[in-house]
Design a protein around this ligand. Structure first.
Ligand SMILES: C[S@@+](CC[C@H](N)C(=O)[O-])C[C@H]1O[C@@H](n2cnc3c(N)ncnc32)[C@H](O)[C@@H]1O
Length: 295
């Protein structure tokens, strides 16, 4: 049986995009056209503009096979970023492997909040010390080091395989000399003080993981999702370490799961932190929380 109905030798680039998008739409995929273009571009080694300028080009049989194989993976709900093996986050291209969460656009809310904190306190040129707890692909740490030319940082993760990806991403983005990576439970293996601590901890309540979209449930590492029974285990661990790690007037900024703001705010307040701001993501959900220890 053909994977993409109607796709056969002699199809042009534009016809192949149309048929792939149609198959994706029929399978209920939201971004059918975008996914089709990204995957066909990957199969043919053509960028977005070239796909348009080569729209009449006729595909060879082996190219049809390659495109069909990628489409089959997408129809099994494998995310496009995993099929391509990379994802752009805050202007940096990051490698993704099965060991790491695919960086999400909403996580850029944490980067924005962190940069706002830096600018409030002085300049982007300061020699800030940054800690990223649960760094995964290195997304948060590398975005910040890219923006703060004199900053240095440490990324932690329980997964050695994730840290290998973060390290490779640091090197690929020219930031390897300003960061180190430590395998440990949250921040147990690092010494402070840090001017800025950021984290996007696993925050899905364990019982909800089974009902997540297949792209997340079946492809993101469970370690990156599972926040314990109520989803808050990571925040508890971070709050417990904050006093030891945060420099005076330093800021702790965490990503929040939808609806978690009141619970995380309470948890941080109980740990002696003062919550200074909450930031919404582009969909209007409270996505990042800033906290500090008041003098
Ligand atoms: C939600 S992912 C965030 C990854 C990355 N910071 C990002 O924003 O894309 C959470 C990360 O925390 C790591 N992690 C989970 N439990 C951990 C623990 N106990 N100690 C350290 N890291 C942990 C996971 O391996 C995963 O990389």
């Amino acid at each position: 049986m053909r994977i993409i109905s109607g796709l056969q030798a002699g199809a042009s680039v534009s016809e192949t995009v149309r048929l792939m998008a149609q198959a994706f739409r029929q399978a209920g995929l939201e971004d059918a056209e975008i996914d089709a273009r990204a995957l066909l571009g990957h199969a043919l080694q053509l960028d977005r503009a070239q796909l348009i300028s080569h729209s009449d080009r006729i595909l060879a049989a082996r190219e049809i096979e390659a495109a069909s194989a990628l489409a089959a993976r997408r129809l099994k709900r494998e995310p496009v970023a995993r099929i391509l093996g990379h994802k752009e986050f805050w202007n940096q291209m990051l490698q993704v492997t099965p060991a790491v969460l695919v960086p999400r656009p909403e996580t850029e809310t944490v980067v924005e909040a962190a940069l706002a904190f830096v600018v409030r306190g002085g300049s982007r040129m300061e020699k800030l010390r940054i800690l990223d707890i649960g760094t995964g692909s290195g997304a948060l740490l590398l975005a910040l080091l890219g923006e703060l030319p004199n900053a240095t940082g440490i990324g932690t993760d329980l997964s050695a395989a994730a840290l290998a990806v973060a390290r490779a991403n640091a090197e690929a983005n020219g930031l390897g000399s300003r960061c180190t990576f430590v395998a440990c439970d949250f921040a147990a293996g690092v010494q402070g003080p840090f001017d800025l601590i950021v984290s996007n901890p696993p925050y899905i309540p364990r019982g909800e993981i089974a009902s997540l979209a297949p792209e997340v449930r079946d492809y993101d590492p469970t370690l990156a999702l599972d926040g314990g029974t109520d989803g808050l285990d990571g925040y508890r661990a971070i709050a417990a370490e904050a006093r030891r790690l945060l420099a005076p007037s330093g800021s702790l900024i965490v990503e929040l799961g939808g609806g978690q703001e009141p619970a995380v705010r309470a948890l941080f307040t109980n740990a002696g932190l003062t919550v200074t701001a909450a930031h919404n993501d582009l969909t209007g959900i409270a996505r990042a929380l800033d906290a500090t220890f008041m003098a």
